[in-house]
Design a protein around this ligand. Structure first.
Ligand code: NAD
Length: 283
């Protein structure tokens, strides 16, 4: 079985590689090297954010790779302090200039911040619609949106988000939000797909890994694939970057998939903040 990363169709006609490389918590000084390694191994999708402080180094690595710009799918996200449309326009321009790119493949609202900006993320979303209309964002989407937030966009905006990037891993399957996405043509991107490493010593995961002769990380990442979710694990260790890429040359049977889904702990399984409450605005 060849290890080929599938391209998945978004609701706007563009496609996205189902596996990418995440750069959250990678120091700017280490980012170009890690992304360079990922591109060498075969990753063609990088997930960054203004909040991560390493957009410039992602752009640098893409240019240094020798790949054509069109061969690499790049995502970034609007930081929490810039939800007002005028600020969003400025922030989007500075994302493009940090990346030194004239377009981005996917631009997301990082957090809905329902308790900030008088609860208005709709005018922010309309700014993203502008970026898509003028061609500088090929696709636009949201992150950490809960069902009521998505319902509000459906009622008040024109464009359906291409993706919703939310926390999903075996301890938090986030089924309700995923189901809303599936029913409304919004792909789910699973952030912290291995729960920042916390699920890797789970006895069930260790057991399934032994049965299929793969590592726990490979088993957990592979488990996201048949569900249709997009994943972008993070690592700065070359061996792990390579290991996390090799998830398409084996499969998990239904029993293994059911055992993994059975690990869901609901809200208690969250590793990150609850999007209904999260209100952090960087200084
Ligand atoms: P992750 O689930 O990808 O876990 C990363 C950690 O797991 C690493 O730091 C390392 O310690 C460990 N690890 C990685 N590969 C391993 C392997 N093969 N074996 C053993 N341990 C391994 O966590 P993440 O970085 O939080 O999430 C992935 C990406 O999702 C981020 O880099 C970022 O791009 C995105 N993200 C988005 C949001 C959001 O709010 N939209 C929030 C968090 C993360």
């Amino acid at each position: 079985m060849a290890n080929t990363v599938p391209d998945i169709s978004l609701n706007d006609g563009n496609t996205i590689p189902q596996l990418g490389f995440g750069v959250y918590q990678i120091e700017p000084r280490d980012t170009a090297e890690a992304v360079g390694r990922a591109l060498e191994i075969g990753y063609r999708h990088i997930d960054t954010a203004e909040m991560y402080g390493n957009e410039a180094e992602v752009g640098e690595a893409v240019r240094a790779s020798g790949l054509d710009r069109g061969e690499v799918f790049v995502t970034s996200k609007l930081n929490n302090g810039f939800h007002r449309p005028q600020d969003a326009r400025r922030a989007f321009e500075s994302t493009l200039s940090a990346l030194k790119m004239d377009y981005i493949d996917l631009f997301l609202i990082h957090w809905p911040l329902p308790t900030r900006y008088d609860g208005d993320f709709v005018s922010t979303w309309k700014a993203l619609e502008e970026f898509q209309r003028d061609g500088r964002a090929r696709s636009i989407g949201v992150s950490n949106f809960q069902v009521p937030h998505l319902e509000r966009l459906a009622a008040e905006a024109d464009v359906v988000p291409a993706v919703n990037q939310i926390e999903v891993h075996p301890y938090l399957t986030n089924e309700q939000v995923r189901a809303y996405g599936a029913g409304h043509n919004i792909l789910t991107e699973a952030w912290s797909p291995i729960a920042q490493g916390r699920v890797l010593d789970d006895p069930t995961i260790v057991d399934v890994a032994a049965q299929v002769g793969r590592t726990p990380a490979q088993v957990v990442l592979r488990g996201h694939v048949p569900r249709g979710d997009i994943v972008f694990p993070k690592s700065t260790t070359p061996k792990r970057i390579e290991e996390n890429f090799r998830i398409f040359d084996f499969t998990l049977d239904d029993t293994a998939m059911e055992r993994i889904s059975g690990l869901d702990r609901g809200e208690a399984g969250r590793t990150g903040p609850n999007p209904d409450e999260f209100d952090y605005i960087p200084a």
